[in-house]
Design a protein around this ligand. Structure first.
Ligand SMILES: [Zn+2]
Length: 272
C-alpha cells in the first residue's frame, strides 16, 4: 500500500515553484525565488543574476537625492479627459489610489551630494508611465526651471510611451518637450530604466547630453514583435536591451542601480 505519492523528479519540483505569497518574489531573470525583504535591501536587484526589477518613483528619489532635500513642483496638475475616452477617468482614479500620485511623473528640485538639481522621475505604475498632457507639461516646466535657475536636469524614464487616451494631445508633448530641451543650456542627464519606449524615448528620454541605462532595460521605439513582422527577419539576441543599445551607440553607459548616484555626481563634476 502506498501512503505518499513520490514526486517524479527534482525538475518537476522546481517547475512547481510559483510565487508562494507576498513575502517572496520570483526573479524574471533567473527564475529564483527570492525573499522580498532581502531584495528590497538590495535596491530591488537580484543578487543571483543582477536582474533589475522595475521600481516606483519614491525609490529613485531616495536613491539619487540627499535625504530630505526634495521639494516637489506642479504636483497638483491633473489629467483632463479631452476625448472622453472610454474608461480613462476610471483608470486615472485607480492609478491615483495605487500610486498616491496625480500623474505618471514626479518633478521638483533637490540636491545630489550638496549640488542643486532639477529632477523628474517617471512612475510606471501610473497607467504604464505614459505621457499625456500632464507629464509633458511637467517635463517642460522642469526644463524651464533648470534653464532659469541654471541647474542641471535629471530625468528618470519608465514608460510605455505616449498616452493613447489623450490622442494627439499626448503626441504633441513630444515636440513640446524636445523644443524646450533645445533651449536648455545646462547639462541634461537622461536615465533609462525598464522600460523606456515609444513616444517618450522618441522625445526627451533620448535627448540627454549623457544617456545612462540600467542593466537589462528595454529601450526602443516600436516593440520587437512589430519590428519582426515588418522587416520579416529574426532579431538578434539581446535586441533593444541596454547592453545592445550601448554596443550600438544609442546609450553612453550602462550603470548598476547602486552606482547611479555616484555616476551622476561624477558626470556633473565634469559637465557643470
Ligand atoms: Zn535573478
Amino acid at each position: 500500500m502506498q501512503w505518499f505519492k513520490r514526486r517524479k523528479s527534482i525538475e518537476d519540483k522546481s517547475k512547481k515553484r510559483e510565487i508562494p505569497d507576498g513575502l517572496w518574489i520570483k526573479c524574471d531573470g533567473c527564475g529564483e525565488i527570492l525573499y522580498k525583504k532581502q531584495i528590497e535591501k538590495n535596491l530591488m536587484v537580484c543578487p543571483k543574476c543582477n536582474h533589475h526589477f522595475r521600481v516606483n518613483s519614491p525609490l529613485y528619489k531616495t536613491l539619487l537625492l540627499d535625504e530630505g532635500t526634495f521639494g516637489e513642483k506642479d504636483e497638483n496638475l491633473l489629467p483632463a479627459d479631452p476625448l472622453t475616452f472610454k474608461d480613462y477617468q476610471e483608470k486615472i482614479k485607480k492609478s491615483r489610489k495605487k500610486t498616491f500620485l496625480n500623474d505618471a511623473i514626479v518633478c521638483g528640485e533637490g540636491k545630489i551630494k550638496g549640488r542643486d538639481v532639477e529632477i523628474c522621475i517617471m512612475d510606471f505604475n501610473f497607467i504604464g508611465g505614459t505621457m499625456g498632457s500632464v507629464v509633458g507639461e511637467k517635463v517642460k516646466r522642469a526644463i524651464q526651471r533648470a534653464s532659469d535657475k541654471g541647474l542641471p536636469l535629471i530625468i528618470v524614464t519608465a514608460t510605455g510611451g505616449a498616452r493613447m487616451q489623450e490622442g494627439m494631445l499626448s503626441l504633441m508633448q513630444m515636440a513640446k518637450t524636445a523644443a524646450a530641451l533645445n533651449r536648455l543650456h545646462t547639462p541634461f542627464i537622461s536615465i533609462l530604466t525598464y522600460p523606456s519606449t515609444a513616444g517618450v524615448l522618441a522625445s526627451y528620454a533620448s535627448l540627454g547630453d549623457v544617456i545612462i541605462a540600467e542593466p537589462g532595460a528595454h529601450i526602443g521605439f516600436a516593440g520587437p514583435r512589430v519590428i519582426e513582422q515588418t522587416i520579416k527577419r529574426e532579431l538578434p539576441e539581446g535586441f533593444q536591451r541596454s547592453e545592445f543599445m550601448l554596443e550600438h551607440g544609442f546609450v553612453d553607459m550602462v550603470v548598476h542601480r547602486k552606482d547611479l548616484r555616484d555616476t551622476v555626481d561624477i558626470l556633473l563634476n565634469h559637465l557643470y
